[in-house]
Design a binder for this molecule. Structure first.
Ligand SMILES: C[S@@+](CC[C@H](N)C(=O)[O-])C[C@H]1O[C@@H](n2cnc3c(N)ncnc32)[C@H](O)[C@@H]1O
Length: 387
């Protein structure tokens, strides 16, 4: 996509033509004209492109000097230019020049005072008789995001690499602290994992990376004795992945699930303000239905730690703690740490999240003075392996 590979091979003088007028697009009729507003913010302007020569499937057109900023190596999403072919918006914007020259299909790039663009059907913009207009807008965040969204939705399908590059460039504009992951990781390409996850969460992929982490960590317990447990199971999504591991490993174990089935208990003073009592409530019937294929699941409804005595005499190869708050996390970590077999795992889903300061503090409090390190995971959460 943008950045590397977008260097203009010619420097024709810029002399594009500004026009008063308007353009109709999916957002409605956009009035444009040369006058700046009272605050001095330049008005949007519509330009008719006058291509000067072909470049592969594309054509190169100069723009007037005021049509800034262009994209550049250091600012590959800087341009807010939108392109219209006979009044119909084309794209994606911010395309690599090699992609425009070789694949065309409406891709374009605003770079170094020019637009390198292609026709939607790969005919030559120099001879196809169509008019090409560029809508320049002041470089606001909204305008930048609008162009990026249009690029992602354009009729010309972006490659996976183009999409991911765009995503990596856009996210820091919205949140400079967000760490965009490299694309193409197993958690993104594992179609089976995704289909399984969507059974629980059809509308989004939030927390899929943590389910992936649990699924992978389960491999560490294959040779260990003991039961497994989850404290805070909600609708049973993580439990489902743990249950599937039990089936696949061939090691018979009971999967104990502890939950109020009435949502979170009341947050305490260490829990911050992200949660309130009753959040994340799922009924026990839902969990029974979702885990109905696994006869080794034992449900223990009640507030933590009321039902822990049910398993006081058991040993555990793995416990997954996911109750978001200080007190139940602390109660669960203290109880199950003592019952983990050597090599067994304690995973806390909430560890390290700024929405769950209580859960983080609870793990740190329980593990203080113990020999095992608390190992943070990049997807969020942590695990401890019992010595
Ligand atoms: C974040 S959800 C669990 C998500 C689940 N592990 C999954 O993977 O989908 C938190 C769960 O903890 C339960 N919970 C919170 N506080 C609790 C408490 N004090 N006692 C029992 N259950 C509690 C809630 O009912 C809720 O189902």
């Amino acid at each position: 996509m943008a950045g590397q590979g977008r260097m203009m091979s010619a420097t024709t003088a810029a002399d594009g033509t500004a026009e008063d007028g308007a353009v109709t697009n999916e957002a409605g009729r956009v009035a444009v004209g040369p006058a700046d507003d009272a605050a001095g913010v330049p008005a949007a302007r519509l330009l008719t492109l006058a291509p000067v020569r072909a470049e592969g499937r594309g054509a190169l057109a100069p723009l007037p000097g005021w049509a800034q900023p262009c994209d550049s190596q250091g600012a590959p999403l800087a341009s807010t230019l939108r392109l219209f072919e006979d009044g119909r918006e084309i794209g994606p914007a911010h395309a690599l020049h090699a992609e425009i020259r070789e694949h065309g299909r409406g891709r374009y790039s605003h770079w170094d005072g020019h637009v390198l663009f292609s026709a939607s059907d790969d005919s030559s913009p120099l001879t196809n008789g169509r008019s090409y207009q560029a809508l320049w807008s002041p470089p606001t965040l909204e305008a930048t995001l609008r162009v990026a969204i249009q690029a992602a939705r354009s009729e010309c399908p972006m490659s996976a690499l183009e999409r991911r590059t765009l995503l990596r460039q856009v996210t820091p504009l919205i949140d400079p602290d967000f760490v965009p992951p490299d694309g193409g990781r197993a958690v993104e390409t594992d179609a089976g994992l995704r289909a399984e996850f969507r059974r629980f969460f059809p509308d989004n992929l939030n927390t899929l990376d943590r389910k992936f982490a649990v699924r992978e960590l389960c491999r560490l317990i294959s040779g260990l004795p003991g039961d497994v447990a989850e404290v805070g199971c909600y609708t049973g999504a993580t439990a489902w992945f743990i249950a599937r591991h039990i089936v696949e490993s061939g090691v018979p174990r009971t999967l104990h699930l502890f939950d109020s089935f009435q949502g979170l208990s009341a947050p305490g003073e260490r829990d911050g303000s992200a949660w309130k009592a009753g959040d994340l409530s799922a009924g026990i019937a839902t969990v029974r239905r979702n885990l109905g294929d696994f006869p080794f699941v034992a449900l223990h409804p009640g507030w933590v730690p009321e039902r822990f005595p049910d398993v006081a005499d058991r040993r555990f190869a793995l416990v997954h703690i996911d109750v978001d708050l200080y007190q139940p996390t602390r109660d669960a970590a203290a109880f199950f740490y003592d019952r983990l077999v050597p090599g067994g795992l304690m995973i806390c889903d909430d560890y390290g999240f700024d929405t769950c300061p209580g859960a983080t503090a609870a793990i740190d409090d329980v593990m203080a003075g113990k020999p095992e390190p608390v190992v943070g995971l990049s997807a969020g959460g942590c695990f401890i392996q019992k010595r």
